[in-house]
Design a protein around this ligand. Structure first.
Ligand code: KIV
Ligand code: ZN
Length: 386
């Protein structure tokens, strides 16, 4: 089995389903360009039957995209699948993604079909999609709460009907890493042909385990991770692209999987998605948060000045930043203050530094963060009063 893991970005479909995250056509086209330039393998551009706007966005993204496969979502019915095909057929490399909820709750309350009727529907809809397009992804929605026997059975039906990728969604973020891996292993063991198609993992973050669950699925044999920039998505969001990609890069020693993503483009796209979706990134968000490469405490700053490896496991340049940020605050020590002042053009002897340090601490007790301007004002003051 290859170690190449395909990155399927669904920021423009599942990400946009976040209440309040709607993007304009222009914004979607821009994000799709950034995703393509960054090297994601598949872009899920939208849900063409959902609205005229979605149809137009998927069609235009299909027409403009140079490298990535362009995928559209469709429910398990002919009208949805035809509409999806009409939008993605303009792509150099189109894909139809069709899904149906297979868990007992979804069968009974949402789709209102018994097991037999659902099995027939899956066969009919996947066959229809495959007649239109040679790249077809099928998802048993709420797979992680579907009975093993039934899940194995419907995956087999979808493969026989022509699905080339089978996606296993943890729709409500309910699974845990060991179970996420067990489901993939169970399917590989029980479903004929499962090792000949691509297995995808699609996790939601309701219990904060989406990244761990996605990586566990990869270790068990999944070779496509579905994710979004900044983890944007319904409720607590989807697996964050930047987290899974950087985890496999930084811990390649224990997760020897490769992606085609140019990680130096992560920060720029993260900021753009935050801005167009209106969803600010939390300060302490892994990889892309404002504080992900920031250090305030004296011990950490001292370590960082001696060797960045003391308190950083990846370099800021790897995600598109120019440098780490030594934030000046009440926890900062002399070493960081000296280095910051040197960067601002002040060379201080030890006595002078001691004096400035006392005044700096007094200021830091009054202010949460000390900016360069505060230090410049403090130094101007100390020169005048000296
Ligand atoms: O979470 C989910 O189950 C989905 C499917 C449509 C794949 O987003
Ligand atoms: Zn989803």
């Amino acid at each position: 089995m290859t170690n190449r893991v395909q990155i399927f970005d669904t920021t423009l479909r599942d990400g946009e389903q976040s209440p309040g995250a709607t993007m304009t056509l222009k914004e979607k086209l821009e994000i799709a360009t950034l995703l393509d330039e960054m090297g994601v393998d598949i872009i899920e551009a939208g849900f063409p039957i959902a609205s005229e706007g979605d149809f137009e966005a998927v069609s235009k993204i299909s027409a403009q995209t140079q490298n990535a496969v362009i995928c559209g979502l469709s429910r398990a019915n002919i009208a949805d699948i035809d509409r999806c095909w009409d939008a993605v057929k303009h792509a150099k490399r189109p894909r139809i993604h069709t899904f149906i909820g297979t868990s007992p709750l979804h069968r009974e309350f949402q789709v209102k079909l018994d097991k037999e009727a659902m099995a027939e529907k899956i066969h009919a809809t996947v066959s229809h999609a495959r007649n239109l397009c040679d790249n077809v992804q099928w998802s048993p929605m709420d797979a992680t709460r579907t009975e093993d026997d039934y899940l194995a059975r419907v995956c087999e039906i979808a493969i026989k009907a022509g699905a080339t990728t089978i996606n296993i969604p943890d729709t409500v973020g309910y699974t845990a890493p060991r179970e996420s891996a067990d489901i993939i292993r169970m399917l590989l063991e029980r479903v004929p042909g499962m090792d000949e198609i691509v297995i995808a993992t699609h996790c939601h973050n309701d219990l904060g385990m989406a990244t761990a669950n996605s990586l566990a699925a990869v270790e068990a044999g999944a070779r496509q991770i579905e994710c979004t920039i900044n983890g944007l998505g319904e409720r607590a969001g989807n697996t964050a692209l930047e987290e899974v990609v950087m985890a496999m890069k930084v811990r390649h020693d224990i997760m020897p999987y490769d992606t085609g993503v140019d990680t130096r483009k992560i920060m720029a796209i993260s900021r753009r998605v935050a801005s167009v979706s209106g969803f600010a990134v939390q300060y302490n968000k892994a990889i892309v948060g404002k504080n992900a490469f920031a250090h305030e405490s004296g011990i950490h700053q001292d370590g960082m000045l001696k060797h960045a490896g003391t308190f950083e496991i990846m370099s800021p340049e790897d995600v598109g930043l120019t440098e780490s940020n030594l934030v000046m605050g009440k926890h900062s020590g002399r070493a960081a203050l000296r280095s910051k002042l040197e960067a601002l053009g002040f060379q201080l002897g030890d006595n002078q530094l001691n004096d400035v340090f006392v005044r700096f601490k007094a200021l830091a007790d009054r202010k949460k963060e000390i900016y360069d301007e505060d230090l410049l004002a403090m130094m101007a003051d100390s020169t005048t009063s000296a």
